[in-house]
Design a protein around this ligand. Structure first.
Ligand code: PHE
Length: 464
């Protein structure tokens, strides 16, 4: 299926193009919407510390492994795992990594699109409702009202969700390389610039130090439940787009001689900086405006508009910010669904048809999330097993906390234990005695499997 050394689906034009695309995949709602809210729910400091450990000790090594597999297999995750299992004469059971990635892709895109739809809606809201606030004193109230009106109205949510999915389909249909490379080059720096402007605002609020303390002074007594550990692990995988084949398929498009290790470090550091910056912006606003850090999935959409309303040229910056956030969400969404599409294309389905099937599937499942914020917010489908989660929360839990960490575990074990030494050192272009290589291999062999397993066992109550 692959022609010589080049992936049938095409290649990135350069290493920089890959860095941009992979950063585009990593930086998205996970950093700006999810990281602050999950940190808030888990009590701050101690959670952030565990999260950072998960990112650097587990996420980074797994990302190297995932890119490595992609570049060796050069096809969709399902077929990459099938070919590599054959090549290394091991069980076809490893294909499961690819299959679970495809399923995770559908499920993740389904709710990712609904939340990204909020960002789209806020472009309009910033320019209308939120730009006409008579007095700053009522800003918090109006912002809260605006958010609950939006999420309480399924029709609006469906409209924005539909627009987001359609946009995603338009971007992937031509293949991710062309349009993506160009787009990401401007989106990412612009987003960073706007975050820095917002950071300037956060610095000027009286609660800035309180926000910093919330994020960085760990209070282990109250914060670290077994659920927090699992949340931190799941978030680390999600924010780095790991464990479901997204980074694997991007690795498949990576030219042969691009160095994987350094490239990965750049991506991981950029992604982490954006998340931390988002937290440093959002928490000071939370504390200075009397909101609650554990306000849940609405947190970014409640705090950021407050900043925009109060700062000079805020409406302009606000509109621009939500435009950029939507674009950042798009550059992640296309990587979420690309493994699914690439696999269908390999089965002989035309790319256009594959795109329609994938888009429509995620759109339909997305309705479950749409209704979880209004009609079904208190409908718990698994109540019979005493699980009090609505549809959105079930999908989130299943993908973040179960599928991504298990996918990552599979990738780590396959690369660290199954494939021969030479396959790793050749692909990484390294000497088997190099220190960095051995640190990486150690982390992948022991740290990832043991870390993931301990967090899992802990979360099902084995140690309590
Ligand atoms: N990393 C993306 C974000 O932070 C989401 C994502 C998850 C993308 C899984 C691809 C795969 O928003």
């Amino acid at each position: 299926m692959s022609q010589g050394n080049v992936c049938i689906h095409g290649e990135w034009s350069s290493r920089t193009a890959f860095i941009l695309a992979a950063t585009g995949s990593a930086v998205g709602l996970g950093n700006i919407w999810r990281f602050p809210y999950i940190t808030g729910e888990n009590g701050g400091g101690a959670f952030v510390l565990v999260y950072l450990l998960c990112v650097f000790l587990i996420g980074l090594p797994v990302m190297i492994a995932e890119i490595l597999l992609g570049r060796q297999g050069k096809r969709s995750p399902i077929n990459t795992m099938r070919t590599l299992a054959q090549q290394y004469k091991t069980s076809q059971i490893w294909q499961i990594i690819g299959w679970s990635g495809v399923l995770a892709g559908f499920l993740i895109l389904s709710y990712y699109s609904v939340i990204a739809g909020w960002a789209l809606a806020y472009i309009q809201l910033m320019a209308t409702t939120l730009s006409n606030i008579p007095e700053h004193a009522v800003a918090v109230e109006v912002v809260e009202q605006t958010f609950s009106q939006l999420t309480g109205d399924p029709i609006q949510l469906i409209i924005w969700h539909t627009l987001f999915i359609l946009g995603t389909m338009m971007m992937v249909v031509g293949g991710v390389q062309g349009s993506l490379e160009r787009a990401v080059r401007t989106i990412m720096p612009a987003l960073l610039l706007l975050l820095l402007i917002l950071f300037g605002y956060a610095l000027s609020t009286e609660a800035f130090l309180e926000g910093v303390a919330f994020m960085f002074s760990p209070d282990f007594d109250k914060a670290l439940t077994s659920k927090s550990l699992l949340d931190a692990l799941g978030q680390a995988f999600f924010t780095l787009s790991l464990g479901m084949g997204a980074i694997m398929i991007y690795g498949a498009y990576l030219p042969r001689h691009a160095p994987i290790g350094e490239t990965t470090v750049v991506i991981v550091i950029s992604d982490t900086m954006v998340a931390i910056l988002a937290g440093l912006i959002i928490f000071p606003i939370v504390f200075s405006s009397g909101l609650d850090a554990s306000d849940g999935p609405g947190l970014a959409f409640l705090t950021l508009p407050i900043a925009f309303i109060q700062m000079p040229f805020g409406i302009f910056f606000g509109v621009l910010f939500f435009v950029l956030l939507s674009l950042a969400a798009w550059s992640s969404a296309i990587s979420i669904i690309e493994p699914v599409i690439a696999w269908m294309v390999e089965q002989g389905i035309p790319r256009l048809v594959a795109t329609i099937i994938a888009g429509l599937g995620s759109w339909l499942i997305g309705l479950l999330t749409v209704f979880s914020f209004n009609y079904w917010s208190e409908f718990y489908p698994l109540a019979a097993w005493s699980i009090q989660l609505n549809w959105f929360e079930i999908l989130e839990y299943l993908t973040f906390n179960i599928m991504l960490p298990l996918g990552g575990l599979g990738i780590a074990v396959f690369v660290a234990w199954i494939i021969p030494h030479a396959a790793r050192t050749d692909e990484l272009d390294t000497n088997p005695r190099s220190i960095l290589y051995n640190v990486w291999l150690f982390l992948l062999r022991y740290m990832t499997p043991i870390g993931v397993l301990l967090v899992f066992l802990n979360s099902i109550g084995v140690f309590s």
